[in-house]
Design a protein around this ligand. Structure first.
Ligand SMILES: Nc1nc2c(ncn2[C@@H]2O[C@H](COP(=O)(O)OP(=O)(O)O)[C@@H](O)[C@H]2O)c(=O)[nH]1
Ligand SMILES: [Mg+2]
Length: 320
């Protein structure tokens, strides 16, 4: 399932008016850690980004039953702190964002993190994001974990994890979000192994199309034909936009039924169209294998066949 849908379907409790109860996610971290950029990156996929409310230090994003409260930690007036407590106390999930390149403020980040931890619900899972991994001077996950003294966390009953990511390129971000959603949806069995690949398209890094593949019975493809064409257009657009980056990822929802995972490595850009309910992390694993295979062909001067690569290596993920 797409991460937002999974979050939504995970929340089966009813609100007072009989509708589904809100699920609250607190996104915290020092200013300039990348929180706003991350939210925009994630919600853009669903085309429903709402305008931030409240002003500079607090942003609230809503998506159906989900409420994301984004908060810059450190240096707030007492009145703000009261408001903050109200938000963080009711958050079912906490996301703590660190700028992995801002080593001078690691200590401050650690202090404000443990300070805010006191106000959180004791069982709320925590996702640590070591953001800005695209920067050359960005610390490794281990360095960030040590800086935040996360060994302390292993002594508590909390579920937590850390991912290195870049809100700029999308690298690591969607895997992290998949993890978070699985944690929130853990009462519901979500099969995470195979996905349903409807189609795939590959471009080289200059935006030249290399191959397209469509899976399944062609007579039943009318429904996906439009999504397929859309996915080619979007992948090409992404290839052009991300020309200057070696690695990049995004996820777009297409016609409500599909999601398009677009991922770029040094040489190629791949757009893979899957079911809207499928986990993005599986597709990223598949994509890295496809990159290896098509790179070999490409370098040998053999024309790329996505259909061959996907049906050979991932037969259970291709729509039959
Ligand atoms: N290089 C790089 N810059 C980033 C990344 N994420 C955010 N930024 C930049 O860092 C600055 C602060 O980001 P913002 O999202 O406003 O941080 P916030 O204060 O935590 O909401 C902006 O200039 C962003 O463009 C990233 O992953 N890589
Ligand atoms: Mg912000």
């Amino acid at each position: 399932m797409s991460f937002l849908r999974r979050l939504i379907s995970a929340d089966k409790r009813k609100g007072l008016d009989g509708g589904p109860a809100k699920q609250h996610v607190a996104i915290i971290g020092l200013d300039a850690a990348g929180k706003t950029t991350i939210m925009k990156r994630i919600l853009r996929s669903e085309y429903t980004l709402s305008k931030p409310t409240f002003g500079v230090n607090i942003e609230v994003y809503r998506y159906r039953t989900l409420e994301f409260v984004v908060w810059d930690l450190g240096g707030h007036a007492p009145i703000r702190k009261t408001l903050w407590k109200k938000f963080v106390t009711k958050a079912q999930v906490i996301v703590f964002v660190v700028d992995a390149a801002d080593k001078k403020r690691f200590n401050l980040a650690k202090d404000v993190f443990y300070e805010s931890l006191e106000n959180t619900e004791p069982n709320a899972p925590i996702l640590f994001l070591a953001n800005k991994s695209d920067k050359e001077d960005a610390a490794s996950s281990v360095e960030v974990m040590e800086a935040l003294e996360l060994q302390k966390m292993t002594r508590s009953d909390r579920t937590f994890n850390m991912f290195r990511c870049s809100a700029l390129t999308g690298e690591g971000l969607f895997n992290a979000w998949d993890w978070l959603v699985d944690i929130v949806a853990k009462d519901k069995h979500v099969p995470t192994w195979h996905v349903k690949i409807f189609s795939a398209v590959a471009f080289d890094s200059n935006g030249k199309e290399l191959d397209q593949a469509i899976f399944g019975n062609p007579t039943q493809q009318a429904k996906v034909a439009t999504a397929y064409r859309e996915s080619i257009k979007e992948t090409e657009r992404f290839a052009k936009q991300m020309r200057d980056y070696n690695e990049a990822v995004t996820v777009l929802e297409i016609m409500e039924d599909y999601q398009l995972v677009i991922t770029k490595n040094k040489l190629f850009v791949l757009g893979i169209l899957i079911d809207v309910n499928d986990p993005v992390s599986r597709v990223l694993t598949i994509a890295s294998r496809i990159f290896d295979a098509i790179e070999m062909d490409y370098l040998k001067g053999i024309s790329v066949s996505l259909e061959k690569v996907i049906s050979n290596y991932f037969p259970l993920d291709a729509i039959s």
